[in-house]
Design a binder for this molecule. Structure first.
Ligand code: BGC
Length: 838
């Protein structure tokens, strides 16, 4: 394939964006002429940037290419000092995917996976606008988001931060979110380029993936982000085919620049730069968060000739060109707006309702109406403590967050008011039981010799407090010690063993969004042990440090747990209906090790559903969960991490003030044994540091179809409170794509939301291992009871194409192709055949 052919076809496929078309070069990814291509493309910087380039000293240029300490930090993740004498302003870079992460309060939006569940690119744009405005209002210039790595394994710790397992849906959403963010003047950073699909070994893992899989699966959303004009790209931690992503020339230059036509700058993930010369020549422009490789080392490399200065200039030009485009170099950037917390909250609420995914609803358990709405037991720790966002860099300090219990109480009172007006006159009874104790109970004073009070020990600044004594255990039991503290973590020794040692490396940083902070803000750590009956030696040392310290030492034991479950069972029995909140706290930096709910929550569900079968389980989880208890429940509502308005949104869905508008963007497997990463450690989590993407293009729902494996809930699944029927499916050619039309009718008695999905089968003309069915289009629609509407969904050429590894280009999958219309990947209702022609 000649380079020119590659370029032309790339442009044809890219279509729309003139900027991208003009930027695309003639180099295919396998040609050796990347550097030459680069030089041809880079002179495009405007006169203002060229003027600055002529003025900047080498030191100044280098200072723009790596992070530094912010003299006036706002608690953001990164800082690039400007060059004051040339009026180049500093840049502040903040996370992240679910809202702006600084030390101040911000709108905590629902997790991106919940946004994605709405299947609504227009909503993604508004989500982006909220973050864009807030980022600027909170003193930031660059947002470290969106994340578009696909959900490839249900265990991955960051599945809540990304959109889902489908390349088309992710591409549609990221494009609109980036447009939204940048329309407010904040520079977006799509991350993590590329194939950072798990947290386990993320710093070192070598992902082995073939060219076709990479293009057809993971890269689609990155390309969409480039087309949408993302200012920055963040390189991933992992290696790809033997080379770290942040010094991978094929990725950073061959694909990102030469094929996608990216003109912005590439920064490393935090600590993901591994070299100086190899990284900058491969195409990394900026090291974050410091200058280990791109600081002094880069200057030395330029001075001794091991890095040509043109590479430094190339990177500076890319950065300044983006800054110029955002008006940051000539002061034309609009003034920073004030925060609009009310508008942010409104979008947060709308997204949480739109993405709420009803997985099961037996005998119309939901919505709660009549007697079911007036006598409710709310159970579970996240029933009273709002689970706002996940852990790690996506965690946001929310403006506010209500407890679901309060939201349910106030909504039940409203129902009671309605029933009183209708003459029924029954008041609302909403009770609460903890069920599963996250933060522990006080250890009785008398259990310690010398009567230690472990509730709220204050230690004055500069003082050290110690206790040495004996803890007497009355019956052998499992104990989870829970420490809550401010300042430096107290040292607690039990029979000589330190209970809460500071974990090495980054592990301390990544401990979860819910479980690592007590409701009053103290840091929390846990340790579970089997304790023998009798005396145990205890030594506690706490240091007041500069500000003084408070700590509590609590416990959960088998006996306290049994009491909590018994209380929950009593509450469930006494109520007409039960809403049982369960959680799973995910964070970057670690993967889950099981799809089961953590702790003893499965046993709690069993006990509560046995006591009251009218139980709705609300899931505040990050990703797929196995549900051995499913059949015992009446309803299951997936709310993921619903953001600061999650309580109101959950109540609105439970009581039917809105239709549950979400559908799954990831397949929920039956259990740990039946999913794409289940039985081959080479595929996940990797063996000897290497991982094979051996499922090829069959990621997510495509794998279940290819293997004939039945999931627990298929991709695209989600129930409405009404029912829909589909009819009159037709397909016609439209350019090099298809236009699929069909009728959707609301056949129930309520207004509702539907998301019909179009899937397309393989091309008979391509001798390739193609997906049995690929998602080809979808449409979110609201229909009134009885309403019918004709819907048209366009299937683009890219969706109908496969990657040709000989030509290193897309090839249209011609011939007779099956087109399905369904309510999910597992509920295909209509089928027809389309003839795809070149
Ligand atoms: C994460 C990035 C994040 C960065 C800065 C890293 O640990 O992987 O997604 O943007 O930290 O907080």
């Amino acid at each position: 394939m000649s380079d020119t052919v590659s370029r032309r076809s790339a442009l044809r496929l890219l279509g729309g964006s003139i900027a991208v078309a003009a930027a695309a070069t003639s180099a295919g990814i396998t040609t050796p002429s990347h550097a030459a291509a680069q030089e041809r493309r880079d002179p495009g910087a405007g006169p203002r940037v060229e003027g600055l380039m002529a003025e900047l000293t080498l030191d100044e240029k280098i200072s723009l290419l790596h992070g530094a300490t912010d003299p006036e930090s706002l608690g953001q993740a990164g800082y690039i000092p400007g060059v004051d004498r040339l009026a180049i302003p500093p840049l502040r870079l903040a996370d992240g995917p679910a809202g702006v992460r600084v030390t101040r309060h911000a709108t905590a939006l629902p997790a991106p996976v919940l946004l994605a569940s709405a299947f609504d690119p227009a909503l993604a744009r508004r989500y982006g606008q909220v973050i864009g405005r807030e980022g600027r209002a909170l003193g930031q210039d660059v947002l470290l988001s969106p994340m578009v790595n696909l959900i490839r394994t249900p265990y991955a710790g960051r599945n809540f931060e990304t959109f889902g397992e489908d390349p088309l849906l992710s591409a549609d959403l990221v494009a609109q979110e980036i447009k939204g963010i940048q329309s407010e003047g904040l520079i977006a950073t799509v991350k993590h380029f590329a194939l950072n699909n798990q947290e386990k070994d993320r710093m070192t893992l070598d992902v082995r993936v073939d060219e076709r899989t990479m293009h057809e699966v993971e890269l689609r959303a990155f390309q969409a982000a480039v087309r949408a004009g993302t200012g920055a790209v963040m390189g991933a931690y992992n290696k790809v085919n033997g080379t770290f992503a942040c010094q991978n020339k094929e990725l950073l230059t061959g694909i990102l620049r030469d094929r996608f036509g990216f003109e912005g700058w590439v920064m490393s993930d935090w600590g993901a730069t591994h070299s100086t010369a190899a990284a900058i020549t491969a195409g990394l422009d900026m090291e974050m968060p410091d200058g280990t490789h791109f600081g002094k080392a880069l200057k030395t490399a330029v001075e001794n000739g091991s890095v040509a200065e043109k590479y430094v200039e190339r990177s500076v030009r890319r950065l300044l060109t983006v800054m110029d485009g955002f008006g940051l170099l000539d002061g034309s950037v609009p003034p920073r707006p004030a925060r609009d917390a009310a508008a942010g909250a409104a979008v947060a609420l709308e997204v949480a309702k739109a993405g709420a995914t009803l997985l099961r609803n037996e005998n119309r358990t939901l919505p709660l109406t009549g007697a079911a709405a007036l006598s409710i037991a709310v159970i579970g720790p996240t029933g009273s403590i709002p689970f706002v966002s996940g852990g790690g860099s996506a965690h946001v300090v929310p403006d506010r967050a209500d407890s679901p219990l309060d939201a349910i109480k106030s909504r039940a009172r409203q129902s009671a008011g309605q029933s009183a007006r209708q003459g029924a006159g029954q008041g609302a009874q909403v009770s609460y039981a903890l069920g599963e104790d996250l933060f522990g109970k006080a250890i009785p004073r008398g259990a310690f010799s010398r009567g230690l009070d472990t509730e709220g020990q204050p230690v004055a600044a500069g003082k050290t407090w110690t206790y040495e004594g004996v803890l007497t255990v009355e019956d052998a039991d499992e104990w989870t010690f829970v420490i809550h503290y401010s300042g430096t973590r107290p040292k607690v020794l039990l029979d000589g063993e330190e209970l809460f040692p500071v974990a090495p490396g980054l592990a301390e940083q990544f401990t979860g969004g819910l479980v690592s902070t007590a409701p009053d803000g103290l840091t929390v750590r846990r340790k579970t042990l089997d304790l023998a009956k009798g005396p145990h030696q205890v030594k506690i040392t706490a240091r007041g440090g500069d500000k003084g310290q408070v700590f509590r030492l609590r416990r959960v034991t088998g006996a306290t747990r049994a009491q909590d479950v018994a209380r929950a069972v009593r509450a469930a029995r006494a109520a007409h209906s039960v809403v049982l909140f369960v959680y799973e706290d995910a964070t970057e930096g670690q993967d889950r090790t099981t799809l089961a709910l953590p702790g003893h929550q499965a046993a709690l569900i069993e006990a509560v559903t046995a006591a009251n079968p009218r139980t709705t389980v609300v899931l505040n989880t990050s990703s797929a969960t196995s549900m051995p208890w499913l059949e015992r429940t009446a309803a299951v509502l997936q709310m993921y991490y619903p953001g600061q308005e999650g309580a109101a949104a959950t109540a609105a869905v439970l009581f039917g003030d809105c239709d549950p508008g979400g559908r799954l963007t990831q397949t929920f497997p039956l259990d740990d044994d039946y999913h794409p990463a289940a039985d081959d450690p080479r595929r996940y989590p990797g063996v000897k540091g290497t991982e094979q993407y051996s499922e090829g293009v069959h990621v997510g729902h495509r794998w279940y179809d290819a293997q004939g494996v039945r999931p627990l809930f298929p991709f695209g699944h989600g129930l409405s409170y009404t029912t829909f029927s589909y009819g009159d499916l037709r397909v016609r050619g439209s350019g090099r794509g298809l236009e699929v039309t069909f009728t959707v009718r609301n056949t129930g008695r309520r207004d509702g939301i539907d998301i019909p999905q179009v899937y397309v089968g393989p091309s008979p003309d391509l001798q390739l291992d193609q997906p049995v069915r690929a998602l080809a289009g979808y449409r979110r629609i609201g229909l009134r009871a009885g309403e019918e509407r004709r819907i048209a969904v366009r299937v683009d050429e890219r969706t109908l194409s496969s990657w040709d590894t000989e030509r290193h280009d897309w090839v249209l999958g011609t011939g007779r192709r099956t087109v399905w219309l369904g309510a999910s990947a597992g509920d295909l209702r209509l089928r027809t055949v389309a003839e795809v022609r070149t």
